[in-house]
Design a protein around this ligand. Structure first.
Ligand SMILES: Nc1nc2c(ncn2[C@@H]2O[C@H](COP(=O)(O)OP(=O)(O)OP(=O)(O)O)[C@@H](O)[C@H]2O)c(=O)[nH]1
Length: 688
């Protein structure tokens, strides 16, 4: 049912059947009208002929009655007449009528020649037609009436018998029993076709003769129906043929013809079922013929469509084969087809050739792209428009620890669970960010825990949307750069730039930066801080005696010692040579002096040994305070001055910078110095 062939066949068949049916039925309708007109004319002719015939016979009958009346008048004028004898001698009367009687003018029955089953004679004098006859000179035809106790429907013909002077001598009355096949009753027994018939009614619609004896003497108006029957309608209409419901309600053609001899109407009735039977039969034959023709047409159309569709199906099969074996394209061959289907096949072949060419080009392009991506040393990943992985290059596989076939279809962030490098918190998927913002992003400071071993790698991520020809995002390309090594070098460089390579302590630059921060805090919050500038006493001889390496070792040990003496939030730095500095944060001046003294004592108390030689070291320490109105350069300068003062005062002491009283000494001159220590070492060595 769904194939084009079937659809076209059915459509063509339905359309042609509809057209043929419409035309056929329109033609039949026209024929029916024409046939109806012919039938109406014929039937009216029949009714008219029947009416005319009856008129003639009535006229003859009345003439015969008039002649009998004249004869009776003559016999009565000649003498006494035996009325019964007179009637018996008139066989023509008896042959015509069912009952023949002679009445006296007062209605008395004078003679009678009845048929055997004639009803008894009723009181004739009361009947209208009898009274009418008394005043008439010619025969009278009665209205139909029910005679006698048996109520026989009948019609009486009367003729007055008058003498030469015109005096009424008698009345001849001859009746027709309407139930008998006499002159009138025979009308109702006439047949038209198989089911048609004639009937006779008076001008007022009383049925005189009808094939159904039960209807006699009923008025056509009394046949109650939804619509007036055609006979009742015919009473009001001129002679002619009308179609409508018959007395029994069935549709009939009824032709009406008025009679001359009596106010009667001859009606010819033919049920339309019979009247139009040929048309109906023609209709049925047409339908059967159409059904047969439709079947044949359907079959023919189907065969025709099959024939027409064969090349189309070949084309479809060819296309299906191409689809089944894409890449192994063979042109569809429809030889000798110069029509539209041949043109479609040719167009398809061209299209396929172009497509194969494009496919090859695309494949080559893809290969090139894949090779390029594989060759890129940076990890490259691509996602679809939902941020799900659809490609990883080998570098990305190594970086993430995911193989492409495992990773494909997974969220980018599942494959590359990036976190903040500093705080270790999970970060938003760069793929999703790039999708949302629809722009290229460069994201730094990420760390990636490697899937295989959990090693944390520093990565910089760049993400850029991929657009199709219409500008829609079809995916994201991401490059994860492993910057762990670079980050380490950068950290190293940064550390080296801010630290002293020998001792590992912050260098002068870093210390000055810390100082600047402390000064800022002091200015902003009033936080107090103190700066200790520490210079080793007589360090040069260490180098001279123990060599530069011994000097270095001593510097390292002193650095560790000092760092161990202060809090973690304090800063111990080596400013250069044998000069150290300590920044004591949150520290009041008094406390700073105590710390300085502690440092001085700690260094002094610590024997420094290098290559089996022990060195006693002392320090000169200058203290400056950092307060709300200090400048960092001032603090360093003040501490330097205080330290210088300590040196000047004999070394191994702590001096606090005071503007009004520089230099002052906070501690007594110590018992010894590095030089003295060296001396001591030299003596001890000599003793050894
Ligand atoms: N081993 C070693 N020696 C250094 C280093 N930097 C500077 N020096 C030496 O440290 C000595 C510093 O001497 P000074 O501060 O001038 O004098 P001093 O001998 O300490 O005497 P005073 O400071 O006056 O007590 C010099 O001999 C420098 O060569 C270093 O990194 N390593």
């Amino acid at each position: 049912m769904s194939s084009l062939k079937t659809k076209i066949t059915l459509c063509a068949a339905v359309l042609s059947i509809a057209v043929v049916l419409s035309l056929g039925f329109a033609q039949l309708h026209l024929i029916r009208n024409k046939v109806g007109e012919v039938l109406a004319s014929q039937q009216y002719g029949l009714a008219s002929t029947a009416a005319h015939n009856l008129d003639q016979r009535l006229q003859l009958t009345q003439s015969m009655l008039a002649g009998v009346a004249e004869l009776l008048s003559q016999q009565l004028a000649a003498g006494k007449v035996d009325y019964n004898q007179f009637l018996h001698e008139r066989p023509a009367l008896a042959a015509t009528f069912d009952d023949v009687m002679i009445f006296a003018p007062d209605g008395q029955l004078l003679g009678r020649n009845p048929l055997p089953d004639a009803p008894p004679v009723s009181d004739i004098a009361t009947l209208a037609h009898f009274r009418q006859t008394l005043g008439s000179n010619k025969p009278v035809i009665s209205a139909p009436y029910l005679a006698g106790a048996a109520r026989i429907p009948q019609i009486m013909f009367t003729a007055p018998v008058r003498d030469r002077q015109g005096r009424l001598l008698a009345v001849i009355g001859c009746s027709f029993n309407l139930l008998k096949p006499n002159l009138i009753g025979a009308i109702g027994q006439s047949r038209i076709g198989k089911t048609g018939y004639l009937f006779l009614m008076t001008g007022s619609g009383t049925i005189i003769s009808h094939p159904d004896a039960g209807t006699l003497l009923r008025n056509v108006d009394s046949f109650t129906q939804a619509a007036p029957n055609v006979a009742a309608q015919g009473l009001q209409q001129a002679d002619g043929t009308h179609e409508g419901p018959g007395l029994d309600g069935g549709s009939v053609l009824a032709s009406f013809a008025r009679m001359q001899q009596a106010n009667w109407r001859m009606v010819a009735v033919l049920p339309t079922g019979e009247a139009y039977a040929p048309i109906r039969e023609a209709q049925q034959r047409l339908i059967i013929a159409l059904a047969a023709a439709s079947l044949v047409a359907l079959l023919g159309a189907w065969l025709l469509m099959r024939w027409l569709m064969t090349p189309l199906l070949q084309l479809r099969d060819g296309i299906t084969r191409q689809h089944a074996a894409l890449g192994a394209y063979e042109p569809i061959a429809l030889p000798d087809r110069q029509d539209e289907i041949g043109a479609v096949a040719e167009a398809f072949n061209k299209l396929m050739a172009d497509q194969v060419h494009m496919q090859d080009a695309l494949f080559a392009e893809k290969e090139r792209l894949q090779i390029t991506l594989r060759a890129i040393s940076d990890p490259v990943l691509t996602t679809d428009a939902q941020g799900r992985i659809d490609y990883l290059n080998p570098a990305a596989e190594r970086l993430t620890g995911w193989m492409l076939h495992d990773a494909r279809g997974k969220d980018f962030i599942t494959v590359a669970p990036l976190q903040d490098e500093v705080h270790g918190e999970a970060v938003d998927s760069p793929a999703q960010l790039a999708l949302q913002q629809n722009r290229a992003l460069m994201l730094e400071g990420h760390a990636l825990p490697r899937r295989n071993d959990g090693a944390l790698l520093a990565v910089d991520t760049s993400a850029a949307p991929i657009h199709d020809a219409e500008g829609r995002i079809v995916g994201i390309v991401l490059v994860l750069q492993d910057v762990t090594h670079r980050r380490q070098i950068a950290r190293q460089v940064k550390w080296e730039a801010s630290h002293d390579a020998l001792t590992g302590l912050p260098n002068r630059r870093e210390f000055e930066a810390q100082m600047a921060d402390a000064v800022t805090r002091a200015r902003r919050n009033g936080d107090l801080a103190a700066l200790l500038l520490i210079d080793l006493d007589q360090f040069k001889p260490v180098n001279d005696l123990g060599g530069h390496a011994a000097g270095d070792a001593l510097l390292v040990q002193i650095a560790r010692l000092m760092a161990a003496q202060v809090r973690s939030r304090d800063v111990v730095a080596r400013l250069g040579g044998d000069e150290f500095a300590v920044l004591l944060n949150d520290c009041a001046p008094e406390k700073a002096a105590q710390v300085a003294e502690k440092l001085r004592l700690a260094v002094a108390a610590q024997p420094f040994v290098c290559e089996a030689r022990s060195y006693a070291v002392t320090t000169s320490i200058g203290i400056a305070t950092i307060s709300q109105d200090s400048a960092s350069t001032d603090a360093l300068r003040h501490a330097d001055q205080a330290c210088y003062a300590a040196k000047a005062a004999g070394r191994n002491r702590v001096m606090v910078y005071r503007e009004d009283a520089m230099p002052t000494t906070s501690t007594p001159v110590p018992a010894g110095s590095i030089a003295e220590g060296l001396e001591r070492d030299a003596d001890e060595a000599a003793q050894d």
